[in-house]
Design a binder for this molecule. Structure first.
Ligand SMILES: N[C@@H](CCC(=O)N[C@@H](CS)C(=O)NCC(=O)O)C(=O)O
Length: 296
């Protein structure tokens, strides 16, 4: 194994801003707002503040699925939060999510706005509100929630562990890449075995569990995350491949992955979404300048 550079941690850690890592210009060890920046508010009951990273795409796919099911109360305004520029530390965003991470939802359909942060909490809030995409039976609901929370606990090892050290860290550390590649492959195998038994994660029906897992592990399986498809041999997970393709063909998934996307080919971007017709009437002059890919 290649020897890592010598480093002895000091007795007390201190922050060295701009350590060369990706996001070094925005990461910091404290919480709270850094500047005044009110959030825009549109006309729909649901106001989403997000970006089309895997965590953001979960919510826009969910909203597009709800609209496709005929739930007009799921109409939403989606506003981009440019995390590479520090929008998540603006006062308005921090009031909706004190954790300063996208996605964040403001549900204005009742007498008082309700804030919801954490993508899993947002999926559950919407599923319960519209009584949709959450199985009714006790056993399948438990299975659905188990996979939903599996995603919340597992993806940080994929994104913050494997993705960070394989794709973003300023030096390639064999120990870290080995450790997290092993865990990423174990997770892919967990999903593959489950999807060998059932068409979807909760069982026979598509649910919020699939909506949570697909933007991470479906994208990884399709070679769209960290350019790691060959490295992790994702084609070997044939049941996961089948499931990933099947969801990618859903019109709501195709629309959802475009919303608040500010990078990549222009045909894949829709910076703001205020109406279903926005998908058809996108023009280049409505788009702000594209930004760097902020994939986690
Ligand atoms: N557990 C959170 C994770 C959210 C998250 O990590 N969001 C990232 C983008 S994918 C973010 O906003 N990062 C900005 C930052 O760390 O400053 C969720 O599921 O909502």
């Amino acid at each position: 194994m290649t020897a890592p550079a010598d480093y002895t941690p000091p007795a007390v850690w201190t922050w060295k801003p701009g350590n060369g890592g990706r996001f070094a210009n925005i990461n910091r060890p404290t919480a709270g707002a850094t500047h005044e920046q009110p959030l825009p508010r549109g006309r729909h009951p649901l106001q989403l503040y997000s970006l089309a990273t895997p965590n953001g795409v979960k919510v826009t796919v969910m909203l597009e699925e709800l609209l496709a099911l005929g739930h007009s109360g799921a109409e939403y305004d989606a506003w981009p939060i440019r995390i590479t520029e520090g929008d998540q530390f603006g006062s308005g965003f921090v009031a909706v999510n004190p954790n300063s991470k996208i996605p964040a939802l403001l549900d204005c359909s009742g007498p008082e706005p309700i804030r919801v942060f954490e993508s899993g909490a947002i999926l559950l809030h919407l599923a319960q509100k519209f009584d949709a995409l959450l199985p009714a039976g006790a056993a399948t609901r438990a299975e659905c929630l188990s996979w939903l929370f599996w995603q919340m606990g597992s993806a940080p090892y994929l994104g913050g562990g494997f993705g960070h050290f394989y794709a973003y860290a300023p030096t390639k550390i064999e120990y870290a890449i080995d450790r997290f590649a092993m865990e990423a492959k174990r997770q892919l195998d967990v999903l593959d075995r489950r999807l060998a038994e059932q068409p979807f994660l909760a069982g026979a029906e598509y649910s919020i569990a699939d909506i949570a897992v697909w933007p991470w592990y479906g994208a990884l399986a399709q070679g769209l995350l960290y350019e790691a498809g060959a490295f992790l041999d994702v084609q070997a997970y044939t049941h996961l491949q089948r499931w990933a393709r099947q969801i990618a063909q859903r019109p709501a998934a195709q629309r959802g992955r475009m919303v608040n996307r500010t990078w990549g080919p222009l045909s894949t971007q829709l910076h703001e979404r205020h109406d279903a017709s926005d998908f058809d009437t996108r023009t280049q002059d409505k788009l702000a300048p594209p930004t760097e890919n902020p994939a986690p």
